[in-house]
Design a protein around this ligand. Sequence first.
Ligand SMILES: Cc1cc2nc3c(=O)[nH]c(=O)nc-3n(C[C@H](O)[C@H](O)[C@H](O)COP(=O)(O)OP(=O)(O)OC[C@H]3O[C@@H](n4cnc5c(N)ncnc54)[C@H](O)[C@@H]3O)c2cc1C
Length: 418
Amino acid sequence: MDSLTHIIGAGLAGLAAAIKLTEAGQRVVLHEAAPHAGGRCRSYFDRTLNATIDNGNHLVLSGNRDTLAYVQAIGAQDQLQGPEHANFPFFDLSSGARWNVNLSMGKIPAWIFDAARRPPGTRPQDFLALLRLLRARPHQTFADLELCSGPLWERLVRPLFLAVLNTEPAEGSAWLARNVMLETLVAGGRACRPLVALHGLGPAFIEPALRYLEQRGAAIHLGHRLRGVELGAGQRMAALDFDTGRLALSEHDAVILAVPPNVAQTLLPGITAPASYRAIVNLHYGVAPPAGCAPITGMLNSMSEWLFAFDGRLSVTISGADRLLDLDREELARLGWAEVAAAAGLPLEPMPVWQVVRERRATFAAVPEAEALRPATRTAWRNVMLAGDWIATGLPATIEGAIRSGNQAARFLLRDTH
Ligand SMILES: Cc1cc2nc3c(=O)[nH]c(=O)nc-3n(C[C@H](O)[C@H](O)[C@H](O)COP(=O)(O)OP(=O)(O)OC[C@H]3O[C@@H](n4cnc5c(N)ncnc54)[C@H](O)[C@@H]3O)c2cc1C
């Protein structure tokens, strides 16, 4: 039987599905609406900075097993770089204090008992509260678990899970946080090393994936938007309607819809999806990081949350940043620079060349109500699977969640057709 899988959307979910199917010897065609692949995880040339930057600074952890397997499969494992140890430097803007959170590499959390390795002002017994997080249920927020106060909350738990959920943790899903924690913090420092694509998301996740697929005969159509679908008899999708025309599906063909939730809902009737989104703001400054500047620094009591040091550029990430969407760009850049200059020990004037990148719908809001709306991989149509960071993976909208959703769609298709 000569089956073909059409994958709609060449973000990480679509690329991961394409790679898994290609690895299994299946024929694949990728259709991407944009003129480039990568979706929300991509690099592009910015003329103001005269540099290639990412649409957002992305951090993954060494415990993100599907992410690591993905970069390994496409031969890009060297692109993800980070310290040997699970070490997180922090800078408190209000006091000027600096400290390191330095996790033990094994599963036994000895670091909790060493004042030099945990946030200042915390005590070992404070960490017992995190056991509550491990018992979190899908309807619970951090506030429901009464975790939202004290130095451990302010100096570690809130900043960490604000980044993970892209949602203020007090209102965020404690259950999603728990699932991430089980695969990272609970697994020990070996699973918590911070990893960054220092040369950009494109060279780490996208270009090698496209090369891998092309070398194995997959067809990749960029600028090829799916406008609609035809649903046929026997609960099967019968045709795809692209900008360029109609494409009839044979009885053995399958479709993976790896598009954002709002697009999937317009294409397929009856699909539920998380209803609200959260923004991420990135501020970039064209200045060489000073010697000794860590690749990532957590920032507290500041608008800036994480400071990334790239070659020739310092860059700030602010999660759950909807409050900043309407602020004047230059004002935002100046506010951020004052904080970055303090953190990096650089002069306030002159402000280097800057860029503000606001991703309005960066991820769905990881609130408990969203969980019930996340659909399964399988749909009511026998030859159609869903993929994307918003599918019910049990993970927040992350690289790991997107790749896992794509892997799962491919696995289900292979299972159903063999
Ligand atoms: C600023 C920012 C910072 C982030 N930081 C992190 C981080 O630090 N760590 C982390 O793990 N995650 C992070 N994320 C989340 C991560 O980027 C996403 O979870 C992931 O990229 C989502 O991949 P996806 O394939 O599910 O969706 P998308 O990337 O949205 O891919 C969907 C694709 O479908 C295409 N498409 C849409 N409509 C059509 C159509 N009709 N026909 C054909 N194609 C179509 C789109 O163009 C897109 O390419 C961040 C996201 C942003 C925006």
